[in-house]
Design a protein around this ligand. Structure first.
Ligand code: DON
Length: 565
């Protein structure tokens, strides 16, 4: 068994207490600053950084590294993501650290001689790995806007990995399943084991020495600690030995990009979200514009009219997403202005029949549902800065492969490219040009980190995992707060649906939509399919009258929670 010394046991006990306290609370309040993430330990790491004088960017960097340690199914240094950052002066910017296709990638790289996808290779095995962007993105954001020294922000995660933290029931569940995997996929099989070779049990301390080594390189050398030197060499060695194509050159060439945010409005609120290569901001703003046309607040929440209208808006936005969107560096003519305009929403709204479902034409566009993990966190600080950050490995534990010398898992984000050029099917596989594979291209994302502002100040900071469902989850939560006046926790928990053009069906949360409503929707021509849960939202709202932040983490997050001060 692992030797748990008393200092570690005390640390573990505190963390366990934090976990229990947070999981009984629907809302958390704070005056100065707050972090809401998928793991309370990581939220506390972010708050501690702010208490030491760090700003929201500093807290985001520290929280993101901590999630790599405590929430490794999605918290990552082996993947990528997006930050939307609203500064206290009302200015908004974004950072794009989406993974890129390696230099040796090509549009047909996943196909066999018959033009069919070979062995699910866009999702499984090292060909599915995109060049990771997380460390570069966090470093760039910190270089430009951080206050505390970089090393101070990475240090807590080095310590967490080295000294360990208390295994939770949520992690243990996964750990047992992973430990039974095929021995060939050794890193996952051994990931959650202690020095004695046994899977670490709830209440015991889980240490990750190899990850501590990698994080230490990043603490000492910043961006170069990952993209150059020992770590880069070990990544290349691992790739070469296991059929991957990512090289040191790919790593060295990777750059994060600061981009202008997309801006929309809804009934006097400003919406700031992520531009391409995420499709999230475009689709969110397009749908909010449609809702403004419809005067959504006069449509009762969860009624037949609500589900129909919202689903029709989703259908249209997802068709446009598939037709037009991809990496902006490769698609210079995306009609963003048109898609985001109120006039366009008007024409889109006019062809919604409030009594009848439209039809998604399979000869046109759509996109398959997403995989099962990504993570979002929201942060506000005492200066009035706000951060909305979503990052991912694509599936839960990404490609489930990585070097045991480095202790982190690689993404399988290449699966977000359109895999078969020219082939679009009714089941939702897309083959349109804007999102085909090309060397150094970023794959289209659905991540939708978003900040809603009122009078130039953050009002709602929100985001979620969930693949393509992310866009619709964020959309409905924003509507719940802005149009239906729901408290943040209720907006997060309220019934969600998902429609993504193709397949032509409404996914709804089981037990939250009445049979009568479902009947009425089916009579209008909709196909309905139940699912257990949509979204794992992490949100913060600000009340200008009390000057208080309110944070809430989705009840579907096992170890998540809000922390403030
Ligand atoms: O970038 C994207 O849209 C996807 N790779 C995200 C995957 C995801 O959210 C899976 N999680 N729940």
């Amino acid at each position: 068994m692992i030797n748990i010394n008393s200092r570690h046991a005390a640390f573990g006990l505190t963390m366990l207490l934090l976990f229990f306290i947070s999981s009984t609370k629907a809302q958390t309040y704070a005056e100065n600053g707050m972090v809401v993430s998928d793991n309370v330990i990581a939220s506390q790491v972010g708050v501690d950084i702010m208490k030491k004088g760090g700003n929201a960017i500093d807290a985001a960097v520290a929280t993101a590294f901590a999630l790599e340690v405590t929430h490794p199914e999605a918290g990552n240094i082996g993947g990528g993501g997006f930050i939307v950052f609203m500064k206290s002066d009302g200015d908004v910017t974004t950072f794009d650290f989406r993974e890129k296709a390696p230099l040796a990638a090509s549009p047909g790289m996943f196909l066999d001689e018959n033009g069919e996808i070979k062995n699910n290779s866009n999702h499984q095995g090292l060909l599915a790995v995109g060049v990771p962007g997380t460390v570069a993105g966090l470093y760039q954001a910190h270089q430009k806007y951080g206050k505390l020294p970089w090393a101070e922000l990475v240090k807590p995660s080095v310590e967490l990995a080295k000294k360990g933290f208390t295994m939770t029931y949520g992690l243990y569940n996964v750990a047992v399943r992973m430990s039974e995997r095929d021995p060939a996929e050794d890193i996952m099989r051994n990931y959650f084991r202690g020095e004695d070779g046994e899977v670490v049990k709830p209440g015991e301390t889980w240490k990750q020495p190899a990850l501590a080594y990698t994080l230490k390189q990043i603490e000492k050398h910043g961006r170069d600690g990952f993209y150059k030197g020992e770590v880069a060499q070990k990544i290349e060695d691992y790739m070469k030995a296991n059929g991957g194509i990512i090289t040191k050159e790919d790593l060295e060439k990777y750059e994060a990009v600061e981009r202008e945010p997309l801006k929309g409005t809804f009934n006097g609120y400003d919406i700031y979200s992520m531009p391409p290569p995420s499709s999230g901001g475009v689709a969110l703003i397009e749908m909010m514009n449609l809702m403004e046309q419809a005067n959504i607040s006069s449509v009762e929440f969860n009624s037949t009219a609500y589900v129909h209208l919202v689903a029709e808006a989703m259908r249209r936005a997802f068709a446009d997403r598939a037709e037009y969107l991809g990496d902006p560096d490769f698609n210079l003519d995306m009609p963003l202005d048109r898609l985001l305009s109120k006039d366009f929403a008007k024409t889109r709204f006019e062809n919604i029949d409030m009594n009848k479902a439209s039809i998604s034409d399979p000869a046109q566009f759509g996109h398959p549902y997403g995989g099962d993990n990504t993570t979002h966190f929201s942060i506000v600080d005492k200066e009035g800065n706000a951060i909305s950050l979503t990052y991912t490995l694509e599936n839960s534990y990404g490609v489930k492969m990585g070097s045991d010398k480095l202790g982190f898992i690689f993404n399988n984000e290449m699966g977000d490219f359109n895999p078969v050029p020219g082939v679009t099917t009714a089941t939702g596989q897309i083959g349109s040009d804007p999102n085909l594979v090309a060397p150094e291209k970023r794959m289209l994302s659905s991540m939708t980190p978003t900040i809603i502002a009122k009078d130039g100040k953050p009002y709602l900071v929100i985001g979620s995992p969930g693949g393509r469902t992310i866009i619709n989850t964020v959309f409905q939560t924003v509507l719940n707060v802005l149009a239906y006046d729901m408290r943040i926790d209720r907006a997060i928990e309220a019934m969600k649906i998902h429609h993504q053009w193709l397949p032509d069906q409404i996914l709804y949360e089981r037990n939250l939509l009445s049979p009568d409503t479902r009947d009425a929707l089916e009579k209008m021509g909709h196909t309905l399919r139940p699912t257990t849960n949509i979204g794992v939202l992490m949100g913060i709202t600000y009340d200008a009258s009390t000057k208080l932040y309110t944070g809430s983490s989705d009840s579907s997050s096992e170890d998540g929670g809000a922390r403030g001060y």
